[in-house]
Ligand binder design. Structure first.
Ligand code: ATP
Ligand code: MG
Length: 681
């Protein structure tokens, strides 16, 4: 078919074009946010296809499944135009995906050659941690001291060793110094863990990279795999780890056909053993050395947004020798919005989202980003209450977390003891009560006019013991509602906490969520209202977390900053711009960790195309994760926004004084009473 006359490269600038049309020697595109790195990569793939490259022999490695899908879509569009009217090209890029996904496919294909059964199953992080724990028990190490690292920590240590290609005695002192004394037992557990996986024919996430890298170390396999792909292209290369770099090098030892793109200022995965050295060292890895293309024009953001983001990263002591400019004009400076607390923050955002939508900006063009998944709890509740559809990426959804559901189920059970779903869930929180005894208890309660009262007449289930009496006492007390709302949520929480600790190794994180729930509860007049409003059937859009596009629905994106990588929205809100949130308290406080947090803020700010709002709550609730315990603390603005940067921002306070609800209500009351009196005069 004849080529379409339009030039698919017409829209690109000279540097982008150079990268797209570059030959097959190694190529590095290193450039700042929004400069079109990903777009250039897509154009390059389309260009290769147009030049006759076999799409089956192109390996495109992206950071997430979603990114791979978007990229494939983009390439299909571009290649279709380039190739003429061949219609869509379904499955144009069969080898586009994350390192992990591609690894899984290659391992499945080569399993027999490397001693794996091709029927292997994959463990997620939770499964892996459970297996780690099981092994610890089987090795008789479960009786070691209480301070022994939790299963999640064990897995994190193991994972860092694997991904950083570093031995345990190097990883422990540098990254987990508080676990250094456990080197011996840890080594034993890891050995047992590896054996258990092999016996059970399971792989964990890290194995997908590890086995792949091992295959590349076997000359004949390496040769076969590297012959398989003519081109290997990697997006977000700054966030790859050593294992991934060795896979890449194994695939293409001379660098021919390799293209990597990335931005050292956006490296935010060091905490998972990614190393910015991969991208910094890339130019000198090969002989002849890689061609470097730098892109300096930002196409994403307006000038004031870009200026603020540039200023934030410029304060980094590291030299990110890149300049970015934009000719996208824009009047609006990014907003630094002060609010009283997190509840006001949630209300402010909900109202602004709606106002933007009124003004013609769809919810889909707006996003709210935060440092950690749990920070969006109050906002999720506010959005649900107002029926504003949202979709959350990264981190568990607050209301869906099992411990939050447990506590809500308990309250629901008290509120309505005939709610069998709630009862079933709650009863099984007790030790020794499984589905069968829960069922028996519920059946015993059912005929009574006072089911909670009837509980005390039900014989103690055999293995529940004292926990049963405590439970009956609690629900009886809650039913009578002696202390009133929201104190009885506190009662429930105190009852639940030991169970939480018994059931979950990461109880302290979960406990923090529950404390947060208590905060939210204070905004409601009664238990009934609280439960009703919280459990209102959320619109479909909110319950979808899978990354599957929703039909034609409009929804706001809620995302951790980590998961927002590579994306963009017309309007972006950043939550909790206070010290302790960003930089996070969870970090070690070391200079390196602080710098990673600064880059994280840079990534967050550079997601915005037109509007950027940084919200600064004056009081911030810390939930037991630091020395301060559960309490409101007066937060200070993030140290990444020192006074010198303030001229780059518009500043505001919400609600504006004139909108305070209280004076308005009083005025109304005064008016009415005057009217009433006037009626009888
Ligand atoms: P990040 O560092 O955040 O991953 P990036 O460098 O990958 O950003 P892209 O996402 O590829 O940048 O591009 C940012 C925006 O700029 C996109 O909306 C893209 O379509 C647009 N863009 C890129 N190049 C051009 C161009 N030459 N002309 C017009 N728009 C462009
Ligand atoms: Mg990108």
């Amino acid at each position: 078919p004849p080529l379409l006359s339009e030039d698919p490269l017409a829209g690109l600038n000279a540097e982008q074009r150079r990268a797209v049309e570059h030959g097959s020697s190694p190529l590095l595109v290193i450039a700042g946010a929004g400069s079109g790195k990903t777009a250039t990569l897509a154009h390059r793939v389309a260009h290769l296809v147009r030049q006759g490259a076999d799409p089956m022999r192109i390996l495109l490695l992206t950071f997430s499944r979603r990114a791979a899908a978007e990229m494939t879509c983009r390439v299909e569009g571009l290649a279709a135009t380039a190739l003429g009217a061949r219609g869509s090209l379904p499955g144009l890029l069969p080898w586009a995906g994350t390192f992990h996904a591609v690894g899984a496919r290659l391992l499945r294909e080569h399993a027999l050659q490397i001693g794996l059964d091709p029927a292997f199953t994959l463990h997620d992080r939770e499964d892996s941690a459970d297996l780690m724990n099981l092994v610890r028990h089987e090795l008789g190490l479960s009786r070691t001291e209480k301070r022994f690292p939790t299963k999640a920590t064990c897995l994190a240590i193991y994972s860092r060793c694997v991904n950083a290609e570093a031995p345990l005695d190097v990883v422990l002192p540098t990254h987990f110094p508080w676990c250094a004394e456990w080197a011996g037992p840890l080594k034993e557990i890891f050995g047992g863990y590896v054996e258990a996986k092999q016996r059970e024919n399971t792989l964990d996430y890290d194995d997908l990279l590890l086995y792949w890298a091992q295959m590349m170390a076997e000359p004949h396999l390496a040769a076969a795999l590297s012959r398989r792909f003519d081109h290997v292209l990697v997006d977000e290369y700054q966030d790859t780890n050593r294992l991934q770099a060795s896979i890449l090098l194994g695939l293409k030892p001379d660098g021919r056909g390799v293209t990597v793109v990335g931005d050292d200022a956006q490296s935010i995965y060091a905490f998972r053993a990614a190393t910015v050295r991969n991208i910094l060292d890339f130019p000198t890895l090969f002989d002849p050395p890689a061609t470097i293309v730098a892109l300096e024009r930002n196409y994403r953001s307006t000038q004031p947004v870009l200026a603020a983001a540039n200023a934030v990263i410029a304060l980094s002591p590291e030299r990110h020798a890149k300049t970015l400019w934009t000719d996208r004009p824009g009047e609006a400076k990014p907003m630094l919005m002060g609010v009283r607390d997190e509840a006001d923050q949630a209300r402010y955002i909900a109202e602004t989202l709606l106002a933007n939508r009124e003004a013609g900006m769809r919810l889909k063009q707006q996003a709210v980003l935060f440092r950690t998944g749990s920070h969006s709890g109050p906002l999720e509740i506010e959005l649900t209450r107002r029926n504003i559809p949202f979709k959350k990426f990264g981190g568990l959804k607050f209301l869906e977390a099992s411990h939050v559901k447990d506590l809500l189920a308990l309250l629901r059970f008290v509120e309505n003891p005939r709610d069998r779903i709630a009862g079933f869930r709650v009863l099984q929180l007790l030790p020794g009560i499984g589905p069968a005894s829960a069922q028996r208890v519920l059946e015993g309660m059912a005929p009574s006019a006072d089911p909670i009262g009837a509980l005390s007449d039900i014989p103690t289930p055999p293995r529940a013991g004292g926990a049963w009496q405590d439970f009956v006492a609690l629900v009886t007390a809650l039913r009578r509602n002696p202390t009133g709302w929201p104190q009885d949520l506190e009662l429930a929480r105190h009852w639940y906490e030991p169970h939480l600790e018994r059931m979950h190794e990461d109880a302290s994180m979960r406990r923090a969520d529950l404390v947060q729930l208590g905060q939210v509860a204070q905004g409601y007049p009664s238990r009934g209202r609280f439960l009703a409003e919280l459990t209102l059937d959320p619109p479909d859009a909110t319950s979808d977390q899978s990354g599957v596009p929703l039909l034609d629905e409009d929804y706001v994106t809620l995302s951790t900053i980590h998961s927002a990588k590579g994306q963009e929205w017309r309007s972006v809100f950043l939550l909790n711009l206070v010290d302790g949130c960003i930089p996070s308290d969870l970090g070690t406080g070391e200079a390196e960790a602080i710098e990673e947090e600064r880059r994280l803020l840079y990534v967050a700010m550079t997601r915005a195309k037109e509007e950027l709002q940084l919200v600064v709550p004056q009081r911030f609730f810390t939930a037991g994760q630091n020395a301060l315990g559960d309490r409101h603390v007066y937060a200070s603005r993030s140290r990444f926004l020192p006074p010198a940067l303030l001229p780059l921002f518009e500043r505001g306070w919400w609600p504006a004084a004139s909108e305070e609800p209280r004076p308005a209500a009083e005025a109304l009351r005064l008016d009415l009473t005057a009217k009433m009196r006037a009626m009888w005069r």
